[in-house]
Design a protein around this ligand. Sequence first.
Ligand code: SER
Length: 340
Amino acid sequence: MDILKLILSECKRGENPYIYGTKKIKILKKRILIIGASGQLGTDLTLQLRKKYGNHKVVATDIREDDGTLSKEGPFEVLDAMDYEAIEDVVIRYEITDVYLLAAMLSATAEKFPMRAWNLNMNSLFNVLNLAKDRKIKKVFWPSSIAVFGPTTPRQNTPQKTIMEPSTVYGISKQAGERWCEYYHNKYGVDVRSIRYPGLISYKATPGGGTTDYAVDIYHKAVKHSKYICFLDKQTTLPMMYIDDAIRATLTIMDAPKKAIKVRSSYNLSGLSFNPIDISESIKKQIPSFEISYEPDFRQKIADSWPQSIDDTDATKDWGWKNKTSLEEMTDIMLKNLSD
Ligand code: SER
């Protein structure tokens, strides 16, 4: 009887009414809420999830009004990640099953507004974890970061489990968040999944307030002015990743069977490791006149406290993770798309 109702409701929405087995039923029932959808990760993730599940099944929300990018194809609402009742209201109205909580204040901005960053990064997480604890939603995705590591962490091939003494507000909030995710899983059975993202690089949306942002900005400036003044020193090697790989990792970990997810704090994830010289050399191959100069600022200290490369053996073993895009391929894609 339930299945019949489901089929009928999906028919009304104009969807394929043929259902085979429980996996298909789960997919049909899936309704996704993205909080912080207009940010760098949110923009690409919303578009990919809509491609996969259908536009109307993915509700994009952000504290800011949308410029048309996300509201054109599917539902969009203004939503404050700190407002529990408002989130609950959206969850009930759209019959949400899965929440991706992407709203956060990143490392560089958080150093300027420590208490605001702490309140936003922690309260938004508690809001979503508590919805899951009370069985109002089924699954949670919450991003962590390489910022959970600190100056005392081994910097090369940083292991999944190691010394973690983050020295930034952002890092402290992510590390605390990881502990809470694991706690909610162990104590209340909350199905929360998480990845420690490296610096993400994309052309669709710009990042805001991060230390790894130079690796996006450099492409914009290369295309526009053939010149870039870098706020990190030339030898500053950091873990990075092209956005398509990051999205693929996110979809893969969220699709993995529950029992495959052995780490309920957050998974190390490795993509690329490069410094400003490496990225500028790859740009020069395509824009020979490109010039880079260096004026390190307060973000240097943040970058110096983070790993240079990451060991992601657990992600590979547990849910089959493998990075694809190289630095050269990424440069190619970025320059092509930003020049159009
Ligand atoms: N990209 C983030 C930042 O620089 C790190 O997760 O703050």
